[in-house]
Design a protein around this ligand. Structure first.
Ligand code: ADP
Length: 452
């Protein structure tokens, strides 16, 4: 029982079976009881009727008449007085004999059904005492053959049996449809997740509607696509890290070997040593970025907020980045018209804004402008960095905040990105309880809006 289809079918069968058996037994019993009650009532009514006629007109003719009336059909009458049997509609001697037995031990005024057991007895029997004021008294004994009731029971059993078989067939058809509709997609999903766990992310699941199964299938499909993308990104990232690290290392080894040579003058040694320091710093920055990323994965970094004025803070930042903007001949306009206080971690905020400005500069052409706006809106601080650079394709916008994600790999090779910056920004903004949004048009520029 380890296949879901079998389990499902078993539960389904058992549940419907219990319900069906219960309903059938209930119906069967009810129909039978009603039918036998009708027979009893009819027998008692005709017995009482004969008795009334007898009491009203007690004569031999009446007695013969009564016996004659019941001589056809499956009902019999036997009329008895103190001496014995005086009339009967039947020639069956055994039946006539039994009549005496039936009335012998009865209490004086017993009336009604005396034998009701239609299952084992050939007749149901009712007795009706009569009293003639100045004459005899006795019983009208009525017999009704139980054959019609038994026939009815047989018919009922046949019908219920047929209904049972039919409903089993219907159940089986429902099971087949259910297992197709329900279990097939489930089995496919199971196979897909097995493939995923074996490292094969090339999974394609059919769309199975808008219900929970459809959603689950969609989630698995998305998971597979994400995993596939992450795998490629990771490999590319590792390759680029290796490349990024190997370049400064080559310089370090090369220049330190040269710096160790005999016969170099002080000026030359200084020159080589400064290159070594520069390259070591580059490596340090890269490793710091990687560490930041690793810390964020473990969420071990902390944010210590303090109140500070925005205008001096952003003016300092402008001074800090201006040299690199000037070098590329890109104009940086800082708009922080109203000075106000902000509650944030100044170091982390600097990291956020520097990353955004760094990207804006990196992806802008020469002689363009980048704008940094800072203002308050509904008690929140909005920091907005706008450039008129190369922009981001709309289908990639959803991913740029993911770790290691880079738009067009060739771009990053040209611009030297590693796909970490925006992931770091997003984590830092969220650690402040804020949010970040991006609007971008390919070829026209981008705008990043941080709300804290
Ligand atoms: P990277 O170090 O590669 O710049 P980021 O995480 O900072 O990594 O950015 C992710 C991707 O988003 C980059 O590959 C880049 O193509 C794109 N991007 C980020 N900022 C901008 C921008 N201002 N203009 C155009 N593209 C951008």
């Amino acid at each position: 029982m380890n296949r879901i289809s079998i389990k499902l079918a078993a539960y389904f069968f058992i549940a419907v079976l219990i319900m069906e058996v219960f309903l059938m037994v209930y119906l069967h019993q009810n129909i039978l009881e009603e039918r036998t009650d009708e027979e009893y009532a009819r027998l008692v009514a005709s017995g009482a009727n004969h008795r009334d006629v007898l009491e009203d007109n007690y004569s031999n003719t009446t007695i013969e008449h009564i016996a004659l009336m019941e001589s056809d059909g499956d009902r019999e009458v036997v009329i008895i007085n103190r001496q014995g049997i005086i009339a009967s509609s039947s020639d069956d001697h055994l039946l006539i004999e039994q009549s005496l037995k039936h009335v012998r031990n009865l209490a004086a005024n017993t009336e009604g059904i005396v034998i009701a057991d239609w299952k084992s007895s050939p007749y149901i029997v009712s007795v009706h005492p009569y009293h003639i004021a100045s004459g005899p008294s006795g019983y009208v004994v009525m017999y009704q053959s139980t054959e019609p009731i038994k026939l009815l029971v047989n018919k009922l059993n046949l019908h219920f049996g047929l209904a049972g078989v039919t409903s089993f067939v219907v159940l089986f058809i429902i099971y087949a449809i259910l297992s197709k509709l329900l279990t097939r997609p489930l089995i496919r999903m199971k196979e897909a997740t097995e493939k995923l766990s074996n490292g094969d992310f090339n999974v394609s699941l059919p769309v199975v509607g808008n219900d929970e199964l459809g959603e689950l299938s969609g989630s698995i499909q998305k998971l597979a696509t994400d995993l596939e993308r992450l795998k490629t990104e990771r490999n590319e990232f590792l390759a680029s890290i290796a490349h990024e690290l190997s370049t400064p290392l080559t310089y370090l080894i090369g220049y330190s070997t040269i710096a160790m040579r005999q016969g170099l003058n002080e000026q030359e040694r200084q020159h080589y040593l400064s290159i070594i320091v520069e390259e070591s710093n580059r490596m340090k920055d890269l490793v710091k970025n990687l560490l930041d990323l690793a810390k964020m994965d473990e969420t071990t970094f902390t944010v210590s907020k303090e109140l500070f004025w925005t205008r001096p803070f952003f003016e300092d930042m402008q001074r800090l980045v201006e040299p690199s903007f000037n070098m590329k001949n890109v104009q940086l306009a800082v708009r922080c018209d109203v000075d106000f206080q902000i509650l944030a971690d100044p170091l982390r905020l600097e990291q956020i804004v520097l990353n955004l400005l760094d990207n804006a500069l990196k992806y802008s052409a020469e002689e363009t402008e980048v704008t940094l706006e800072v203002y308050q809106k509904k008690e929140k601080t909005v920091i907005r960095v706008t450039d008129v650079g190369m922009g981001i394709p709309s289908e990639e916008l959803a991913f740029i905040f993911e770790k290691l994600y880079r738009v067009e790999k060739s771009r990053s090779r040209t611009f030297g990105g590693t796909g970490i910056g925006l992931a770091v920004v997003k984590e830092l903004v969220e650690a402040h309880g804020g949010s970040i949004e991006v609007e971008s048009t390919l070829g026209k520029g981008s705008r990043f809006t941080v709300t804290l």
